[in-house]
Ligand binder design. Structure first.
Ligand code: SF4
Length: 246
């Protein structure tokens, strides 16, 4: 189907979910795409809010995570606590061992510090390829993106057509402020990554994430050795077609 047709569908859906709560919006998406709505979690504050909403409202959304093999121990423990807390299933995707082995043999284990190209190649092998697998057969991809997290996310809309991945994306927390996210997590007493209490805001792989100092930009803690406008890992292409009304 054409991009224009898919964008039209997304615009209609945006009207359907307009002024609805997140749980109601996800229910509408599930009604339109039964068994084909999935949520990617990295166990961040934002993702824990969405995980909680999915379970609290018994929404039949599948959950998955991308285990790059370079995550923080705290992230693995948050993953474990989440499974226990919700008694749920989170499908894990792993990078191809041969691709990782070839990359490391050719470039070394920490080559991502050397250039944007080598960093992007690492993100591609460890994340992007797995994401494509995870999204196969799905119609809607729910994410925890927030506009505050990156300059290139400021002009996103909550519902959009992702041409690169041929999927509808829903960002329910796009306009939430950090304090709203924290308040939700603490009010509902849900498990969260303890690194957030140590100044980490957006938490990814351990070698590529650091705490953010007072006054620094949100994204300063990710790939801090690179130009801030290039700080995306390829999971979210931002070439999606935007819609209004959601
Ligand atoms: Fe590799 Fe760093 Fe990207 Fe993780 S964030 S996949 S370690 S470059």
């Amino acid at each position: 189907m054409s991009e224009i047709f898919n964008s039209h569908i997304v615009a209609q859906l945006a009207q359907e979910i307009k002024d609805r709560s997140i749980a109601e919006s996800i229910s509408i998406l599930l009604r339109n795409y039964p068994n084909a709505v999935t949520f990617s979690t990295s166990f961040s504050y934002e993702d824990q809010v969405i995980t909680d909403l999915i379970h609290r409202h018994h929404l039949t959304v599948s959950l998955f995570t991308l285990d790059t093999g370079r995550l923080f121990p705290e992230t693995y423990s948050t993953w474990s606590r989440t499974l226990e807390f919700y008694q749920t299933i989170i499908k894990a995707y792993y990078p191809d061992a041969t691709e990782i082995s070839e990359y490391v043999e050719a470039n070394g284990p920490n080559a991502f510090y050397e250039s944007v190209a080598l960093r992007s190649a690492c993100c591609h092998i460890r994340k992007v390829v797995q994401l494509k697998k995870a999204l196969q057969g799905q119609s809607v991809w729910i994410t925890g993106l927030r506009a505050e997290h990156s300059p290139v996310r400021q002009d996103l809309t909550e519902l959009e057509w992702d041409e690169a991945n041929q999927i509808i994306k829903y960002h329910p927390l796009l306009s939430w402020a950090t304090e709203e996210v924290k308040t939700y997590v603490h009010q509902h007493n849900i498990p969260y990554n303890p690194l957030h209490d140590k100044g980490f805001i957006s938490i990814g792989c351990a070698p590529c994430t650091r705490a953010v100092k007072e006054g620094e930009d949100f994204r300063a803690g990710r790939w801090w050795w690179e130009d801030s406008s290039k700080k995306e890992c390829g999971l979210h292409s931002h070439q999606s077609t935007k819609t209004t009304g959601a």
